[in-house]
Design a protein around this ligand. Sequence first.
Ligand SMILES: Cc1cc2nc3c(=O)[nH]c(=O)nc-3n(C[C@H](O)[C@H](O)[C@H](O)COP(=O)(O)OP(=O)(O)OC[C@H]3O[C@@H](n4cnc5c(N)ncnc54)[C@H](O)[C@@H]3O)c2cc1C
Length: 283
Amino acid sequence: MRDSIIIGSGPAGISAALYLNNLNKDVLVIGKDYGQLTKNDIIDNFYGQFPINGQDLIKKGIDQAKNLGIPVIMDSVLNVVKVDDYFIVTTIKETFEAKTVVLTTGKPRLPLSVPGYRIFKGKGIHLCATCDGFFYRKKKVAIVGSGPYMEQELSVLENYTDDITIFSENVLYEHPKYKVITERIKSFSGDKRLSHIHTKENTYETQGVFVAIGFPTASELALKLGVVTEHTNILVDEHMETNIEGIFAGGDCIGGKLQIAKAIHDGLKISSGVNTYLKKLKQ
Ligand SMILES: Cc1cc2nc3c(=O)[nH]c(=O)nc-3n(C[C@H](O)[C@H](O)[C@H](O)COP(=O)(O)OP(=O)(O)OC[C@H]3O[C@@H](n4cnc5c(N)ncnc54)[C@H](O)[C@@H]3O)c2cc1C
């Protein structure tokens, strides 16, 4: 079992990996893309670095870690589960185990930015089938998404109901069992709780909606684990540890200055926090 799995190969994740590697810890970094710096923006305020394309800077960080023998893989994390005092991390391709998990998944985004989303979030709109699927036993629900993450959430949801409609949001998608609506969602409505989904073409009745678009962001992974967040930022203590023992977080996903220098500093602090935790775990 590894000492730590770091989710996110941006500045915060790679920095945490470099320092943990210095402390002789066995770490694995999983990242799905180049994070915030996926676009070709020029970075000209990073110490010791002439203006550089964001992607190139991220790639340099990943190469630096790999050069030191740290495994950095490109994959998307779908789920993290705590079992006793260790964690199981599921990606599209594999399953890994670690004593600690570090969330450096960048700035959480709003999964669905349409009228009614914020009003009915928690009142019919949910982001975690494992957390809230139970409340929809034998009820009529919708799931939004079309990729492996949606399929994983769907596999949880179908333990509670088989009255499920998939809203694929303009993506051509077929499912052998459930009805698929490809129309894009325009808004949600209801009285005290969500009751309808509106597309440009139609209105659909529903009792619940589970959003699983793309891949889980920091907020969604946090929700699955019961990690406390505030305004989508993950809350951490002075050791960068969340309310769940063994789960640490840093970089943009905990808020504060959204800058590379701050993310790297968070990575350093995470390494100390993880090291102290692993020492305690040994005793
Ligand atoms: C347009 C733009 C310009 C910027 N310019 C500057 C600048 O000039 N100077 C500066 O200091 N800062 C700049 N920033 C901010 C800077 O990019 C961020 O502060 C920094 O990248 C944060 O690092 P991070 O490691 O926290 O997150 P990110 O760099 O966003 O990395 C997040 C990582 O998490 C991974 N991830 C997310 N979800 C999953 C999942 N489910 N499974 C697997 N991996 C996952 C991503 O693939 C990525 O590897 C800019 C940001 C933007 C958007």
